[in-house]
Design a protein around this ligand. Structure first.
Ligand SMILES: Cc1cc2nc3c(=O)[nH]c(=O)nc-3n(C[C@H](O)[C@H](O)[C@H](O)COP(=O)(O)OP(=O)(O)OC[C@H]3O[C@@H](n4cnc5c(N)ncnc54)[C@H](O)[C@@H]3O)c2cc1C
Length: 421
């Protein structure tokens, strides 16, 4: 229960982060309500790969990243691409991104991330069991597969960072890999299994079930777009929305990639960018991997979902406004067929669906998590980039700590909004 008395707390954004946060606040005795401008769970939380990877401590910007930028610009269908027309707009973010990828920097970032992502399944479990959503969450591990020993060697630092942060792995050669995952193409010669990881077989379904439990337990969902905060001195009086002011003792910004203007309304300027990602699903595939399987070179994951086989991933730096480049989703199918050779060479169009979503990303691959500079009553919880599903349960717990007045369970100094100066 709340140590400093129950508060009325508005949580802006009903994606995975917002719903987990509202749920943890409610469990702490607060009167939480969610404010959602669209459909709950239909942002980035809708179409991701569904992985709860506590091992995901490796930042996107790694040492030497600058050497890859020309390739991103010239290969629009590559695993990472950067649209020429967006280059001027993204240049400041890109510079920070490149600067973040020093050998010392990535070690600091990995150390900061591990306590946020490592306990993901433990922090999710109470919410899942209250919601009766156990059938949607599985702890079967995560497999990374490589087509050559050289490509595994290229990932050496990433595996070092995981090991340094207590992640245990099992390595497999080609024959062992075949036994572990018979669906995989024989082109793969190395595999690394992280047993501690889990996944959801329905990301949207999971958000919806957690939300339903939150509402059953007395939570509210307000359909409105938040655009600012009414302060009285340094205290929050109300959250301003397009349907009027909503009085609140505290507000939590969980609006994913759309959080920038809300932070700016309180004078905090954060370099938040979209790392656009795609998925392609086959509703009735001939085969599926048993567990989420990542093609390390292709930067995509094949996840067995309740509704079919999902290939998800890749990064496109092209901003919020540009229309999706569906060729990128189609590339996932080309690559997926190479990964799982038992898949048919063609599928009827009605069994294929595609999606594009916006990962909310800071240049150093760390979220913004902590109090605003204008008032202690507004807490930021956004910018989880590639690991938002995974980090959501612990993020919710930490926000509940802050609102209730307990010291946060982990060190959140690395996640400060003001870290970019
Ligand atoms: C292809 C792809 C694969 C991924 N795979 C994984 C994975 O396997 N594991 C993992 O951990 N992460 C993964 N991610 C990342 C993950 O999906 C995101 O980090 C996460 O979903 C972000 O959740 P969120 O709640 O912050 O944002 P969202 O899910 O985007 O939710 C934000 C919500 O806020 C609402 N909103 C915005 N502005 C306002 C406003 N002003 N007022 C009211 N409401 C507002 C939006 O409508 C939206 O519903 C992947 C992402 C992509 C694109």
């Amino acid at each position: 229960m709340a140590a400093t008395g129950a508060k009325r707390v508005g949580v802006i954004g009903a994606g995975m982060v917002g719903v987990c946060t509202a749920s943890w606040l409610q469990r702490d005795g607060h009167k939480a309500f969610l404010i959602e401008a669209g459909e709950p769970g239909h942002g980035a939380s809708f179409g991701n790969a569904g992985c709860f990877n506590g091992s995901s401590v490796t930042p996107v910007s790694m040492p030497g990243v600058i050497n890859n930028v020309p390739r991103w610009l010239f290969d629009p269908l590559g695993p990472l691409s950067l649209r020429w027309s967006y280059l001027p707009a993204i240049a400041p973010w890109l510079l920070r991104f490149i600067r973040a990828g020093t050998p010392e920097g990535v070690r600091v970032q990995a150390r900061a991330l591990r306590p946020l992502v490592g306990p993901t399944l433990e922090a999710l479990r109470p919410l899942v069991s209250a919601a009766g959503a156990e059938d949607l969450v599985h702890r079967l591990g995560h497999l990374y597969v490589y087509r050559s020993t050289e490509s595994l060697a290229k990932d050496r630092l990433a595996w070092e960072l995981r090991r340094e942060n207590g992640v245990e792995i099992d390595e497999f050669d080609a024959d062992e890999l075949r036994q572990l995952e018979p669906a995989l193409s024989r082109d793969y010669v190395r595999g690394v299994l992280v047993r501690e990881n889990g996944h959801t077989s329905n990301p949207l379904g999971l958000v919806e079930r957690l939300l339903a439990q939150f509402l059953r337990s007395g939570g509210e969902l307000v359909h409105a777009r938040a655009h600012g905060f009414r302060l009285e001195g340094r205290r929050l009086a109300a959250i301003q929305t397009d349907t009027g002011d909503l009085p609140a003792d505290a507000a939590i910004v969980c609006a994913g990639v759309y959080s920038t203007p809300l932070a700016a309304a309180l004078g905090d300027r954060v370099p938040l960018e979209t790392e656009r990602g795609y998925h392609l699903m086959i509703s009735n595939p001939e085969i599926m991997p048993r567990i989420p399987t990542a093609d390390a070179d292709g930067k995509f994951v094949a996840t067995p979902m309740d509704t079919g086989l999902r290939f998800a991933g890749t990064v496109e730096l092209a901003g919020l406004a540009a229309p999706p480049d569906w060729r990128r989703a189609r590339m996932l199918l080309v690559q997926g067929r190479k990964m799982l050779s038992g898949l048919a060479a063609s599928h009827p169009e009605e069994s294929i669906s595609v999606w594009m979503g916006h990962r909310p990303s800071l240049p150093d691959s760390l979220p913004v998590l902590g109090r605003s500079s204008a008032t202690p009553d507004v807490v930021y919880a956004f910018g989880h980039g590639h690991v938002g599903m995974t980090a959501a349960p612990m993020t919710g717990k930490i926000v509940a700590d802050l609102v209730t007045g307990r010291p946060p369970a982990i060190d959140i100094a690395p996640f400060a909004a003001g870290r970019f100066g």
